[in-house]
Design a binder for this molecule. Structure first.
Ligand code: ADQ
Length: 458
């Protein structure tokens, strides 16, 4: 079997501790079963970092670290990646901050990384490149004559053509996508957007097998909804639950990186509306919101943090009593087993993004439940996860009244209905866990071009 080389903006920690982002959690599960090499960025330690990848051999899989000087790292990561691509791909054109030196830093990083990668890969390695920070990598590797199979998975949504074209270098972006042998997406929504973009910007022609032909070269496209280690997470939650007081630790829970795409103010507005609509529940429910800050140096992230602190303070001031705090707000990352047990002892999980590639929190919550007394998932129609998780209570995060009614519906739901919904969700998740996600992506990537099989979630 050829060696698998995963390349992403960030590598997992060498000791395996403290990895909380969705991408790292999912790929660690994938690599553990097959082994291979994971190349990713490490925090800068000097103004003149080494121009080579530093290799660390480990028992489960090897890690190769690359470093960038701080200014370049800033302009590539916080600049173009997170102040242009992230907001644009999440439909927030009002938040994009276009600067030419951001764009050049983004391209420079891909060029440099391609040079470093070319030196450490073997001819038959399969390269699996991840996410919006590294879209030009195949294009740059090909310029160096690298001819390995290269697949790309986009973890975040791909916007429609009109939104895509608001990014000044949209044509380059299209060409970069087209340099891969295969491109995978979380949802049919994103896949449809890619097909439209390729057709309109590069005269792509869709083939019957689901691939697209661009200037005589066929690119495989497919939909591969990411997941978690469902059984492992369920076992961890059940085991940890034995060490904790079985009284519900909280009633409602939200777990998100502090990000404007996650619909956190909308969630608080819905909860506030609920407390106003159903005052009998005051004193009986509380919302625990866990939201560790990310990308702190980008202004939009400082704004969302201030907004959340002000809003939760206002709700507590408006409804709270001496012995009841309506909203508990925590700013830090928790160990995964603690998170699992918090999910398990919550009646309701609120997943309310305005736009989200998939959303692994929704899957973790379902996996962590006690099947004999499961909680209820409230899931935004705009999360990629909503394409698969149809038995969740689907909500519109923009409608606080609808959210208020959905919270009431979940709290009143009979045990029988909760079990029915949970069972259907769990069974589908267990049949489509993260190992299936990576295995199916790689099976398609390793196939010769032209073989049918664009996968769509059932
Ligand atoms: P994220 O935007 O990071 O991922 P998500 O899929 O919800 O979003 O994953 C977050 C992960 O971080 C979850 O595993 C969660 O448990 C963990 N996490 C969050 N808060 C935590 C805390 N306080 N303590 C510990 N762990 C915490 C991106 C895309 C998503 C896509 C994933 C994977 O934006 O749409 O689902 O990649 O492809």
């Amino acid at each position: 079997m050829p060696r698998l080389v995963i390349i992403s903006n960030r590598a997992p920690s060498l000791d395996g501790a403290g990895d909380s982002g969705g991408l790292v959690v999912a790929l660690k599960d994938a690599l553990k079963s097959r082994g291979g090499l994971w190349i990713g960025g490490a925090p800068a330690t000097s103004e003149n970092p080494s121009p080579t990848i530093l290799m660390h051999e480990r028992p489960d899989f090897d890690i190769g670290l690359f470093e960038l000087e701080p200014q370049l790292q800033h302009d590539y990561y916080l600049g173009y990646s997170n102040s242009v691509l992230w907001p644009a791909f999440h439909g927030r054109l009002d938040l994009i901050d276009v600067r030419e030196h951001y764009t050049s830093a983004y391209k420079e990083v891909a060029r440099r990384l391609a040079e470093m990668v070319a030196k450490v890969i073997a001819d038959d390695d399969i390269l699996w490149i991840h996410d919006y920070q590294l879209i030009p990598l195949a294009f740059e590797l090909k310029k160096l004559g690298v001819s390995n199979k290269m697949g790309f998975f986009l973890h975040i949504p791909l916007p429609d053509l009109q939104t895509f074209k608001a990014i000044p270098n949209w044509m380059e972006l299209s060409e970069w996508f087209a340099a891969f042998d295969m491109v995978g997406f979380q949802t049919r929504r994103d896949l449809a957007h890619m097909i439209d973009i390729f057709r309109q910007t590069m005269r792509g022609e869709l083939r019957f097998n689901g691939n697209i032909d661009i200037n005589g070269r066929e690119i495989s496209l497919g939909c591969y909804p990411i997941s978690i280690d469902v059984k492992g997470f369920a076992e961890m939650a059940a085991e940890k639950a034995q060490t904790v007081d079985p009284a519900r630790l909280t009633r409602l829970i939200g777990v998100d990186r502090l990000d404007y795409s996650k619909g956190l103010p909308q969630r608080l507005a819905g909860y506030e509306q609920f407390l106003a609509d159903y005052p009998d529940y005051c004193g009986k429910v509380s919302l625990l919101q866990i939201a560790p800050p990310t990308r702190d140096n980008v202004e939009a992230y400082q704004d969302i943090r201030e907004e959340m602190e002000a809003t939760s303070g206002r709700i507590n001031g408006r409804f709270g009593t001496i012995d009841w705090v309506p909203v508990q707000y925590m700013h830090r990352a928790l160990p995964r087993d603690e998170l699992a047990v918090l999910y398990r002892y919550s009646y309701i999980c609120l997943v309310t993004p305005l736009f989200d590639g998939m959303n692994l929190v929704a899957k973790e919550f379902v996996a962590a439940q006690d099947p004999e007394d499961p909680g209820v998932l409230l899931l935004s129609q705009f999360a990629g996860a909503a394409e698969e998780m149809k038995e969740a209570v689907i909500i519109n995060p923009h409608d606080p009244h609808g959210l208020s009614r959905a919270i009431k519906q979940a709290l009143d739901m009979s045990l029988e209905e909760r079990k029915e919904r949970h069972n259907a969700l769990y069974e589908r998740l267990a049949a489509n866990d993260v190992s299936k996600w990576s295995a199916e992506f790689l099976r398609r990537l390793e196939k010769p071009a032209g073989i049918p099989g664009a996968r769509h979630p059932s």
